[in-house]
Design a protein around this ligand. Structure first.
Ligand code: SF4
Length: 234
């Protein structure tokens, strides 16, 4: 597997103390990406390890997984390395290790991983396919399908919405779409735009005036809550 970064994180990408692996490569090119160094699988920019090597490393870290912690796979986009990821998640489950993935939810086979995942964190960036494509390089048809499948599953999922001025800073379209589903197992996390990754961009960074105000964020969350959609803060 190709990994460009790893390290422990507390309660950020799943509960408790977690060993987080950033898998190299992404099929999107979000203009605001905070890990642009992981977008493209460039030789020299990642370390290649076998599934068994990662499994051994994770098992050796078991005593560190306190407060309900475990291991999280993020990216880039972890599902680009689908077969290895599925194999590893299956082995982790057999070893009773808590697992989480953070995904852009564009992989058509995403839901095959659900039996091996304790915490699913999936992005939902925009409800309009053309705007989604303009800002990320890809339409969101599969994300819609995966959202529906996840609603119908029993898995507890967090749907992350990065809110960016000029892209998606009004909640109405999201709320209209989400409220047509039974979202009893879904919590929504609204992430205000930030520029933590801007300095890492080698190609031009094209988001301008992306920040939203505290008031906008509050009214975004309020629109969700008023429509029976659960909000979570991590
Ligand atoms: S999906 Fe995530 S990792 Fe991929 S380009 Fe977008 S923000 Fe970056």
């Amino acid at each position: 597997m190709k990994i460009f970064q790893k390290g422990f994180n507390y309660s950020q990408d799943g509960p408790g103390n977690r060993l987080v692996y950033h898998l190299s490569g992404c099929n999107l090119k979000c203009r605001w990406c905070s890990n642009p160094e992981g977008m493209v699988q460039k030789p020299g920019k990642y370390t290649e390890v076998t599934v068994q090597e990662i499994l051994d490393e994770i098992i050796s870290c078991k005593p560190m997984f306190f407060s309900g912690g475990g291991v999280t796979f993020t990216g880039g986009e972890p599902t680009l390395q689908f077969d290895e990821l599925k194999k590893l998640l299956t082995l982790l489950k057999k070893n009773e290790i808590n697992t989480a993935i953070e995904t852009n939810a564009t992989h058509p086979r995403l839901c095959e991983l659900l039996p091996c995942i304790d915490h699913l964190i999936m992005d939902f960036k925009h409800f309009n396919k053309d705007i989604h494509k303009e800002w990320t390089g890809l339409e969101n048809t599969v994300t819609f399908e995966n959202f529906e499948r996840v609603c119908n599953s029993k898995i507890n999922a967090i749907v992350r919405i990065p809110v960016i001025n000029g892209f998606n800073n009004t909640p109405d379209g999201f709320v209209e779409y989400f409220k047509t589903f039974d979202t009893h197992n879904i919590s929504f996390e609204i992430l205000p735009y930030h520029e933590f990754g801007k300095v890492k961009w080698e190609s031009p960074y094209t988001v301008e005036n992306g920040f939203i105000t505290k008031k906008d964020l509050e009214s975004f969350e309020k629109a969700f809550i008023n429509n029976g959609l659960k909000i979570i803060h991590m």
